[in-house]
Design a protein around this ligand. Structure first.
Ligand code: GAL
Length: 702
């Protein structure tokens, strides 16, 4: 029996070997113009929920959909995880229920996004073809009974995915009530089995060309690592050679991209151009497993799952993550999942405060979301997630949160035509690079260097002072920004250096943070000391870095304070290089050394800040830099806990103001604005109670 199964699988494997191995492209289906798909997804507000009709008797559907409609829900996501209902036995397709569910939703004016069911393979598949199972790093295969038990590198699994997705696309690809598709669900776990290993070696061979090049670029003479055959190169998740570790992350990205491409091509071949394709990014936004820029490039829109988990909304963190998601494709995006109050997986799965769900929803819209969908509508009576927050209880009746969501529904109806055609537009950006993110995380040098925290140290003052920050790839076009900040740009390849130099030459201001330019594209130390290829632009360099056990004093034109966690002693090389900050007494290696340099270059300037400043000094430093670059916001500084977001387009400005704090707050506007949520009202001052939201509008002069 075993042997027959593996023969079957071998035949399937052989047939697929050419089409499915990561990096080998099957014949590309003609890619339709993505613009119509965008038109459907963006440009109006969607309110939705994840709905699992397969878990309920059909007689219940009209009641659920009527309750959704009454709450203003106009989209549901269905189908992801439903493989065993869609194909209960190999080749035995049961799509009728999904067709009826979509039709019933349409009767309630609710449109549908179909999730491909591939995150949860049915047991007939994994038991008949155990070689599709994911292999943990320690060699154990994953088991059936949860989800994500498949190997992303398995050619055979990809064939089954392609088959079910093709059939779904054929059936629903022109259904007028289906507006889009979500591929899989939160790409998460890599596999370490034979298929992944083989593909890793092939990927390395394509990338390096020869073992001689790989041995050189990874410096394998160190600790006798020199490889004499590709298949000697280990694939694991343990600390090791920095070049190999970086290559593994890039391979993981390439493999997910291939996994996604397999389904994307199946969809593109059959769906109408007005149906969009996306995937829902998990991992609380900025997960470090794969490169989000690469994965979202071929998709029509970016979408993510926005959860708080334990505690309450941290609006800076959530704002930054939202800006990061908007920056993936540099356009509006969807929140494909968010928590209806609480989750079931946090150490303490507490509820957001009353009004918190509404505030979080409007925060997403302010940062460029055009859709917010709650996960989930109603808990399955059995299944692993019984404790999760929902909008409807086990009795089928609205939970207390339902009324808050219904209020959002009413507000979306009013605001949608006004928000349509607008999007956040920023003059400042934060730059990210996955190579840098990984390189630092592999070798942190101090457990205190947490890149998300460092990013937020920059984000907070930028958000407070400009009320609109883009977070984009360091390789994105930058000319629209007056000033960009790169907090931890550890890996600077020659190509990236050229891109940044071009930006500065043209008049941009580039502010580099600590650890910049230490590594090259192979994660080797740059022979030029930091910031590597940008040292000539800076007219200076980092002389030595220090992980700090205690803060050090720092002072300069922007004020006095401390540097924490990390400190680099800088040296100017040119008389044109200005010292902006210096370390004070306290740490002999640093005493009196420059902590920040500035050098004008071309029509722009480059600044290097070698330490992590305390919040007050960081605010002052950023304020200084923004003023020098001529960036300011007409709204000025807001009361604590108040967030202001701005969307512009179609001849108007929409401003969303949220009071996330615990006290009532008033915000004076620089000009009169229409109150979108209370038509007819014109405001000069906005008064907000805790969790209060105002949506304001003003026509812009052409
Ligand atoms: C997400 C996942 C959903 C659901 C949710 C619960 O990460 O995509 O399927 O499990 O978490 O919070």
């Amino acid at each position: 029996m075993r042997r027959r199964q593996s023969r079957l699988a071998c035949a399937a494997l052989a047939a697929l070997a050419l089409t499915c191995v990561a990096g080998v492209r099957p014949a590309a289906a003609p890619a339709p113009d993505p613009a119509p798909a965008l038109h459907t997804a963006l440009g109006r507000l969607w309110l939705g929920a994840a709905w699992y009709p397969e878990q309920w008797p059909e007689t219940r559907w009209p009641k659920d959909l009527a309750l959704m409609q009454a709450a203003g829900i106009n989209v549901v996501r269905v189908g992801e995880f439903a493989w065993s209902t869609l194909e209960p036995h190999p080749g035995d397709y049961h799509f009728g229920w999904l067709e009826r569910a979509i039709a019933e939703a349409a009767r309630h004016h609710i449109r549908v996004v179909i999730g491909t069911p591939t995150d949860a393979p049915p047991v007939w598949l994994t038991s008949r073809y155990p070689q599709v199972l994911r292999i943990h790093a320690d060699g154990r295969p994953a088991q059936h009974g949860n989800r994500r038990q498949f190997s992303y590198a398995s050619p055979l699994y990809r064939r089954f995915c392609r088959d079910i997705v093709t059939r779904l696309a054929e059936r629903f690809g022109h259904d007028p009530d289906v507006i889009g598709w979500q591929i899989d669900n939160e790409y998460t776990n890599e596999s370490f089995g034979a298929a992944a290993r083989r593909q890793f070696h092939q990927w390395l061979e394509r990338r390096f060309g020869s073992l001689a090049a790989l041995n050189r670029d990874w410096t394998t003479a160190y600790w006798s690592q020199t490889y004499t055959a590709w298949n000697q190169i280990p694939l694991n998740d343990r600390p090791g050679n920095p070049g190999l570790m970086l290559a593994h992350r890039q391979f993981v990205t390439a493999t997910w991209l291939g996994y996604q491409r397999n389904q994307l091509e199946a969809l593109r071949a059959h769906i109408a151009p007005w149906q969009f394709v996306t995937t829902n990014i998990g991992g609380l936004g900025w997960s470090a497993h794969w490169n989000h820029y690469t994965i979202t490039r071929p998709l029509d829109i970016a979408a993510w799952d926005d959860y708080v988990g334990e505690g309450q909304l941290d609006f800076y963190r959530n704002g930054a993550m939202s800006d990061f998601i908007r920056g993936l494709k540099r356009q509006d995006y969807w929140v494909m999942e968010t928590q209806p109050g609480f989750v079931d997986w946090a150490p303490i799965s507490n509820s957001l405060v009353k009004g918190g769900v509404r505030a979080m929803t409007w925060e997403s819209i302010g940062h460029g979301a055009d859709a917010v969908l709650f996960w989930q509508w109603r808990s399955a009576l059995g299944g692993q997630e019984q404790y999760h927050g929902t909008l409807v209880g086990p009795d089928g009746k609205p939970e207390p949160l339902y009324a808050e969501v219904a209020r959002i529904g009413r507000e979306f109806k009013r605001a949608s035509p006004i928000i349509a055609g607008t999007t956040p537009r920023s003059r400042v950006a934060l730059l990210l690079s996955y190579a840098s993110r990984w390189a630092i995380d592999f070798q942190r040098q101090t457990v205190r260097y947490r890149q998300l925290r460092v990013l937020l140290d920059y984000y907070r003052p930028l958000e407070n002072l400009t009320h609109s920050v883009d977070i984009v790839s360091a390789r994105a076009p930058l000319t629209r920004y007056k000033i960009v900040f790169a907090p931890s740009l550890n890996v600077i390849s020659k190509r990236l250096a050229r891109h940044l130099r071009h930006y500065v030459l043209g008049g941009g201001v580039l502010v580099l943070g600590p650890r910049s330019g230490m590594k090259d594209r192979y994660n080797r130390l740059n022979v030029q000391s930091q910031p590597g290829p940008l040292a000539p632009l800076l007219g200076g360099r980092v002389q030595q870095y220090y992980a700090l056990a205690a803060p050090v004093a720092v002072s300069g034109a922007a004020g006095h304070g401390t540097g924490r966690i990390w400190a680099e002693a800088l040296t100017p090389h040119s008389s044109a290089t200005r010292v902006l900050l210096r370390y004070g007494a306290g740490n002999a290696w640093l005493t009196g050394r420059p902590a920040a340099l500035e050098h004008r270059y071309g029509r722009g300037a480059i600044v290097y800040l070698g330490t992590i400043l305390d919040r007050r000094l960081m605010h002052a430093f950023v304020a200084h830099r923004l003023a020098a670059a001529g960036v300011h916001s007409p709204f000025g500084l807001l009361p604590p806990g108040v967030e202001l977001m701005r969307r512009v387009g179609d001849g108007r400005e929409v401003v969303i103001i949220i009071n996330h704090g615990k006290r009532r707050r008033a915000v004076r506007l620089p000009y009169a604005m229409h109150d979108v949520l209370h038509p007819g009202r014109i405001l000069r001052t906005v008064r907000l109670r805790p969790q209060g939201v105002a949506v304001l509008e003003r026509p812009l002069q052409p």
